[in-house]
Design a protein around this ligand. Structure first.
Ligand SMILES: *Cc1c(COP(=O)(O)O)cnc(C)c1O
Length: 371
């Protein structure tokens, strides 16, 4: 056994985690303080304010959950869906499927609206389906589907949900920080994200935000929330300045990292950030095309921070990715679910979205393919 663990440094260009900046890693190496220390409360207040800015919301229930993106997903569903409630879930990839499973696990009845993996959810089909089921209470969908590289039209889907006066639960794990997300303007009721995608922090925290309407729904539940750890009414008492009631020991060093990561993002500014992601994707897409490769998703619905490219015929998926990692220290993702073995997933997320990284990757890919 080694007495210390020191990993090789790898350029992370997969579906997350993304490359973490030194400033974030240094912030996390600061001395640990108590989770009920007043300094910790100041840190929490600042994180909450920065998250509100990033989510573009005034929602007071805005905080990072202690857990990965899936914890944010499970928390939103567990708190907002009661047993036997009917919920519509748009599915065009692995993460839409995961939401549907979460809804079933809390006893919800799911109406699944499937679209082809690689195409966005069609708003008209959503409208038609909602018109056929008058008893649906919530709409769930994935904004940026990381398993396929599709960007669903969150604004339009939410506006349709609004026509039917139902709640919206949105997975913004990959979209937040890479493309526009406007919680208040789009009338999103519950949204969750992850620290390790476009926020370029290590994995383990899930920023969430709930509207007043969502909070009211939780307060009016007929059944108890079937989870202790993810009960948002208790977690929000720890995050509420006026109560600060102990719930669980907050991962303070991870919060230092998130604080630094959010500062970095807000300092750059969202417009610059989105432009940087868009430009890097353009360079990547044209490089892949010139190597004769084909992208899975049509141009109009591509997610700039995650590109899915079809694996060329006669290329061994596993061997290719192993060579990329062993010879060039670059990690990209393989396909998952229906797309396993069919595509590669190239992430340009947060700090990973740099033209020099794209060039590095394209050079490495073409060297391996030539062999
Ligand atoms: C990564 C991801 C998740 C899950 O996040 P974890 O941190 O792995 O739990 C959920 N939804 C989407 C769209 C993702 O990209």
């Amino acid at each position: 056994m080694n007495l210390s663990f020191i990993p090789d440094s790898t350029l992370l260009m997969g579906p997350g985690p993304s490359p973490v900046q030194t400033s974030v890693l240094s912030a996390m190496a600061q001395p640990t303080i108590g989770h009920l220390d007043s300094q910790c409360f100041s840190l929490m207040t600042e994180i909450k304010e920065m998250l509100q800015e990033l989510f573009q919301t005034k929602n007071s229930l805005t905080l990072p959950l202690s857990g990965p993106g899936s914890a944010g997903m499970e928390a939103c569903v567990t708190n907002l869906v009661e047993p036997n409630e009917k919920v519509i879930v748009c599915i065009n990839g692995v993460f839409g499927q995961r939401i549907s499973e979460c809804v079933r696990k809390v006893g919800g009845e799911v109406v699944e609206l499937h679209s082809h993996w690689g195409r966005p959810t069609d708003p008209e089909i959503l409208r038609k389906t909602l018109a056929e089921h008058s008893d649906i209470t919530s709409l769930c969908f994935v904004h940026g589907e990381t398993s396929t590289g599709v960007l669903n039209d969150a604004q339009t889907l939410c506006s349709i949900a609004n026509e039917f006066n139902i709640l919206t639960i949105v997975d913004a794990v990959t979209s937040l920080g890479g493309v526009e997300v406007k919680v208040d303007e789009w009338k999103i009721d519950a949204i969750f994200s992850g620290s390790q995608k476009c926020l370029s922090c290590p994995p383990g925290l899930s920023p969430i935000s709930l509207s007043e309407r969502a909070v009211a729904k939780i307060n009016q539940r007929k059944s108890t929330i079937p989870s202790w750890f993810l009960d948002l009414s208790m977690i929000s008492e720890y995050w509420d300045i006026s109560s600060r009631t102990y719930h669980h020991t907050a991962p303070v060093n991870a919060l230092y990292g998130l604080h630094q990561g959010l500062s970095n993002v807000l300092k750059e500014g969202s417009q610059k950030l989105f432009t940087r992601h868009g430009e890097c994707y353009e360079v990547l897409a044209s490089g892949l095309h010139s190597m004769g490769m084909e992208l899975l998703v049509d141009k109009e619905s591509r997610l700039p921070q995650l590109t899915t490219v079809k694996i060329p015929e006669h290329v061994d998926d596993q061997l290719f990715r192993r060579l990329l990692l062993e010879r060039y220290n670059i990690e990209i993702g393989g396909g998952i679910g229906e797309l396993a073995g069919k595509v590669w997933r190239i992430g340009l997320m947060g700090n990973g979205a740099r033209k020099e990284h794209v060039t590095c990757l394209l050079d490495a890919m073409s060297s391996i393919l030539v062999r």
